[in-house]
Ligand binder design. Structure first.
Ligand code: ATP
Ligand code: MG
Length: 289
């Protein structure tokens, strides 16, 4: 019963899509890391924390085993690995979805049409759960990367893969027809932390929540041709719903809304693509919900 040291050991992705946001989150929480470059392990001088840099696939196992006390990983990986690690906080980055995609030339006939199909994926566990839940049998082919080329080279009929914008699927002649899992990064913990570690984790969580709250929202105004309004409004959350005001010029409206910084750039791109023009972004001084 070796006594655990009174510091938190956190596992984060060594390099890849989650690395930057994970380090940034720690920094925003006042946790500075010593020479991160090319290290497998480092410590913080400003918080009792040791950081392990790992492949994201290995993080759930390390946290279950208690080799790391906590970790940052995508829900997609956490659920695929099916390990005993508790989610303590959703972190709001690394958002993507695990989706079923079929060749664009085909018409989707519902989940039942997957019966007997060859499915290429890096997520065999989650795909099998999905098949079981829908009472269908498919042939699951596990591939560790470039899953989206499988139908094109005759390796599979359909794929289940991570999607964020959908452009990779599109470029490979596929279309998304079913979402199997919505995912984002989460903070997970080992279920046998000692008292001191729980206190440290509470302290970290308090800071993470404060950082999340402080993430600024922006007031956004744009002009939109009236025939594009419904498409544009569908992209906007707003406090309740966006404000729409007629412009002096007929056929056009001004649309006002509040966008959070997390989704800001992505939304602006989508709004432009949907036909919005003259987009203005204004800081908000106070926001009373
Ligand atoms: P590693 O070498 O650590 O195993 P990886 O290649 O498996 O890295 P990345 O591509 O860096 O993983 O993605 C890490 C995580 O980022 C994913 O598991 C997922 O949670 C998230 N993510 C967000 N958007 C996407 C996307 N469009 N495609 C893939 N992953 C995404
Ligand atoms: Mg991985």
């Amino acid at each position: 019963n070796a006594e655990k040291p009174s510091k938190l050991r956190i596992a984060i992705q060594k390099s890849g899509r989650l690395y930057d946001d994970s380090v940034k989150l720690l920094n925003e929480c006042g946790i500075e890391l010593r020479n991160v470059k090319d290290r497998l392990k480092t410590e913080s001088d400003t918080f009792p924390m040791e950081v392990f840099f790992l492949r994201d696939d290995d993080i759930p196992q390390y946290v279950e085993d208690g080799v790391a006390d906590i970790g940052i990983v995508g829900e997609n990986v956490l659920f695929e690995k099916n390990k005993k690690a508790e989610i303590v906080e959703k972190l709001g980055f690394g958002k993507c979805r695990l989706s079923l995609a079929i060749p664009r030339s085909e018409t989707y006939q519902g989940v039942q049409s997957l019966d007997g199909k060859r499915i290429a994926t890096s997520y065999p566990f989650l795909v099998n759960e999905f098949l079981k839940k829908n009472n269908i049998s498919g042939e699951v082919h596990e591939i560790s990367g470039s899953v989206e080329i499988a139908p094109g080279i005759g390796l599979a009929d359909v794929v289940v893969d991570l999607v964020s914008s959908g452009s990779t699927l599109f470029m490979n002649g596929l279309k998304e027809v079913e979402t199997i899992l919505q995912s984002q990064s989460v903070l997970i913990k080992n279920n046998k932390l000692n008292k001191e570690q729980e206190i440290l984790l509470d302290k970290l969580l308090f800071r993470i929540k404060a950082v999340k709250k402080a993430k600024r929202n922006k007031y956004v105004l744009m002009n939109a041709p009236n025939e594009k309004l419904s498409e544009i409004i569908a992209l906007l959350p707003g406090m309740r719903s966006p404000t729409v005001l007629p412009l002096a010029e007929g056929g056009w409206s001004s649309v006002h809304s509040v966008l959070s910084e997390d989704e800001f750039w992505e939304k602006i791109e989508q709004l432009k693509a949907a036909g919005a023009e003259g987009i203005l972004v204004v800081p908000i001084e106070k926001m009373v919900m």
